[in-house]
Design a protein around this ligand. Structure first.
Ligand code: SF4
Ligand code: SF4
Ligand code: SF4
Length: 423
């Protein structure tokens, strides 16, 4: 095993290969607070990439209802349990020491690579701690949809008696939308005995070479997010391709201009923002103050990685839901949860403006700019004075062309009396 630097964990960690980073990295932020579980993203991906024979159970994008839902069933509970056993309990975090190289502190616990039974051997058969889901675990992609966890149900009518008080609801669930995280240290790649999995140097998208794959499913066993899928008709494994033809501008109506992925473009709730981040030679993110992903992760610090303790350094980030219990969220997104939710609950001026970029255009936003507008709201919320300004936010593509121009306040249209009751 080599030693590589994982900035999500604030420390070096063991990984089977030497560190190697792309020029820029495909990355995204999902705002869980806005997801309505409509599955438009899921169907956009399925109807584009996985509609053929042998792909029936493949949902490269899926949206599961937490805490009970999961695809494959209980995937995260299982791997967390395995990791906890290897660590003799949940791994602990110490406080942050470096805002860029260790923004959430240092993780003291084994990752899936370090907890592998063969971590100390050169040619072990299991590169990362993991398991191969059984067929029936892939049978119900939306199991437990909308099922809440409720500590207080004793009789009818008591469901929402105290369940509506923030910060934490007594009855809660939330939708977790997931795609492959195109990890910096992919477990799927590390585990493949054929070296059929590679990370593209131009954008860090992780792909499986179908000519090289022999369907051993070592990647399925190793990926802690369970985002590779076996196709019995071809006896190979397939996964999310980051819609690379779209982000290369090769979509039929793109005229050469890159589009965001299908699942991002189709999102009804406008919870998704996809772009690229620039990397330094050590794999950490180069400062890019007005790149919206960089801003949300490193400046506003409201977007957090999913299960950072796994150790793959995922490049998908989430704004955690305000209403779910904090211990559950800390386990899922690490120690940055409390401050991220506090900030999200009383947004500062710039972050509120940046959030307006989500889902506004199918071209990829690389940079934003804010033009100040008048104050339109002021109130004290949870002990903090909150002011809202009707700022205008502009988004630009990689060539500096304007692709988004929107305001914080959405325009209000009132239907005329003549059409009041018409549809
Ligand atoms: S999420 Fe899984 S399949 Fe995707 S890059 Fe990471 S380890 Fe590989
Ligand atoms: S990025 Fe493309 S391939 Fe990947 S889940 Fe989204 S739509 Fe599917
Ligand atoms: S399309 Fe957007 S809002 Fe709908 S389920 Fe997917 S992520 Fe959530």
């Amino acid at each position: 095993m080599s030693q590589v630097y994982n900035w999500h964990l604030g420390r070096e960690m063991a990984y089977p290969y030497e560190a190697s980073y792309p020029d820029r990295q495909f990355a995204f932020v999902f705002n869980i607070n806005r997801c309505i579980g409509c599955q438009s993203c899921t169907m956009a991906c399925k109807s584009t990439w996985t509609f053929s024979a042998g792909q029936e159970y493949m949902w490269w994008n899926n949206v599961e209802t937490k805490p009970y839902g999961g695809y494959p069933r209980h995937w995260d509970v299982k791997i967390l349990d395995m990791l906890s056993q290897a660590n003799g309990g949940p791994g602990q975090w110490s406080r942050a020491t470096d805002s860029r190289r260790a923004p959430w502190g240092e993780y003291h616990g084994k990752t899936i690579f370090e907890a592998s039974p063969n971590a100390s051997t050169e040619n072990g058969s299991q590169t990362a701690l993991g398991y191969l889901p059984a067929d029936e675990e892939w049978s119900a992609p939306n199991i437990f949809e909308d099922n809440p966890l409720n500590r207080r149900v004793t009789k009818k009518g008591e469901y929402f008696k105290s369940g509506t008080d923030l910060p934490t609801h007594d009855a809660w669930f939330f939708y977790l939308a997931r795609i492959c995280n195109h990890c910096t240290y992919p477990a799927c790649l590390a585990a493949c005995p054929r070296k059929a999995i590679y990370k593209r140097p131009e954008d860090g998208i992780v792909l499986i070479d179908q000519k090289e794959c022999r369907g051993y499913r070592k990647c399925m066993e190793a990926c802690p997010y369970k985002k590779t899928h076996y196709r019995a008709t071809t006896r190979t494994t397939e996964k999310c391709i980051g819609c690379y033809p779209r982000i290369e501008g090769k979509d039929a109506d793109a005229n050469g201009r890159p589009f965001t992925t299908r699942c991002m473009s189709a999102c009804i709730g406008q919870i998704r923002l996809q772009s690229f981040v620039k990397l330094k030679p050590d794999g950490t993110w180069a400062e890019d103050r007005y790149n919206p992903i960089y801003y949300l992760v490193h400046v506003a610090k409201i977007a957090l990685p999913l299960y950072p303790q796994f150790g793959t350094e995922p490049n998908g980030f989430y704004i955690p839901p305000r209403w779910a219990p904090r211990p559950y969220l800390r386990q899922m997104f690490g120690p940055g949860v409390d401050s991220a939710i506090e900030k999200y609950a009383a947004l500062d001026r710039e972050t509120l403006a940046v959030l307006q970029l989500f889902g506004k255009d199918k071209h990829i936003c690389h940079r934003y700019e804010i033009r100040e507008g008048p104050k339109v709201f002021e109130k004290e919320i949870r002990g903090r004075k909150v002011e809202i300004f009707n700022d205008t936010i502009l988004g630009y593509d990689a060539e500096g062309r304007e692709i988004i121009r929107t305001t914080v306040e959405e325009p209000l249209y009132i239907r005329s009396a003549k059409h009041a009751n018409s549809i």
